[in-house]
Design a protein around this ligand. Structure first.
Ligand code: 3HC
Length: 294
């Protein structure tokens, strides 16, 4: 199916990155937020990334201007009427997503494919809330979406072949490595990555090593770009806990259970990089590991 206009819902951490890579691939993009301040913040992040790309000689100024010109910010669902593909990247809350789809489904043209960037919810729960469960897929991007090469293309029990193919064609045009995943909570990557991150916390709780030693070990011993605690702070401790809780609810397996340290840190507001403190303190020139003392 030919896509020319892509709608992205949510200009937060994932949404702004998805909008940017779609515009870089030549699509016209409409990007919505719930208020002007959030929209300006998301578009500001895109402009900053494009500016950096020009500064570093990775992009011509004229190309950056063209990418920016293809992204239209809005507060209005009506601007999604003529989209061919709509990807939601709003808060990871099923009820909010269902409310949004119920409103949008009647506005977007019937031929369009709808997609969710959910990292942990079952895609079918959203698909079934629309009038087009056949034309609904999961498109799971990774943070930062501008850099991470993977796209999980998720097929539910209702997804038709044409919509699945559209998801793959879109991802390939973005230059992503596309993998096919079935609609099992966590898909492929989070099913493996989340227990790994939770196990790093358990290793710390059991006194195997300190936070910075465990990080150093996994970077140098497994060639990971970030150790598990740096990655936890990067993904967000609140986000990780919420994914773990959803996976634990679904599978009832200990490997998905949030360890007490994680639960307490989230309760204390230590969310990682975004709040200035997680397993590291980000207030100085460089991050310093802190003993959660819990
Ligand atoms: N947006 C856009 N570009 C970014 C960026 C961002 N947020 N962060 C970094 N970059 C770019 C930089 O501009 C730089 O590009 P350049 O080399 O052309 O100048 C390049 O990425 C490398 O960045 P840095 O030199 O600043 O830093 P690193 O080399 O350490 O790379 C990293 C940063 C890409 C984040 C790397 O550390 C990494 O790959 N970390 C692991 C990230 C990861 O695992 N993500 C997945 C998380 S799980 C997930 O998303 C699933 C969800 O469901 C929870």
């Amino acid at each position: 199916m030919e896509i020319s206009k892509v709608g992205v819902l949510g200009a937060g951490l994932m949404g702004h990155g998805i909008a940017q890579v779609a515009a870089q691939a030549g699509y016209d993009v409409v990007l919505r937020e719930v208020d002007q301040a959030r929209l300006d913040k998301g578009i500001g992040r895109i402009e900053k990334q494009l500016g950096r790309a020009v500064e570093k000689g990775r992009m011509e100024q004229s190309d950056a201007d063209a990418v920016r010109g293809r992204i239209n910010g809005t507060l209005d669902y009506a601007d999604y009427a003529d989209c061919d593909l709509v990807i939601e990247a709003i808060t990871e809350n099923l009820q909010q997503k269902l409310d949004m789809w119920r409103e949008l489904d009647g506005i977007v043209n019937d031929g369009a494919v709808l997609a969710t960037n959910t990292s942990s919810l079952s895609v079918i729960d959203q698909a079934a809330a629309t009038r087009r469960p056949g034309r609904f897929v999961g498109l799971h991007f990774f943070n930062p979406a501008q850099v991470m090469p993977l796209l999980e293309v998720v097929q539910t029990v209702t997804t038709d072949e044409e919509s699945l193919k559209t998801g793959f064609e879109f991802g390939e045009r973005l230059g992503k490595t596309c993998v096919h995943a079935k609609d099992k909570t966590g898909f492929i990557v989070n099913r493996l990555l989340v227990p790994y991150m939770l196990d790093a916390i358990r290793a710390y709780e059991e006194g195997v090593g300190s936070i910075d030693q465990i990080d150093a070990a996994m970077k140098a011993g497994a060639n990971h770009p970030m150790g598990p605690f740096t990655l936890l702070d990067f993904v967000g401790l609140d986000t990780t806990k919420s994914i773990a809780d959803i996976m634990f609810d679904e599978y009832r397996e200990r490997r998905f259970a949030a360890p007490p340290t994680l639960r307490k840190m989230v309760a204390a507001g230590f969310y990682g990089q975004k709040s200035g403190r997680g397993f590291y303190d980000y207030s100085g020139d460089k991050p310093v590991a802190v003993d959660p003392g819990l």
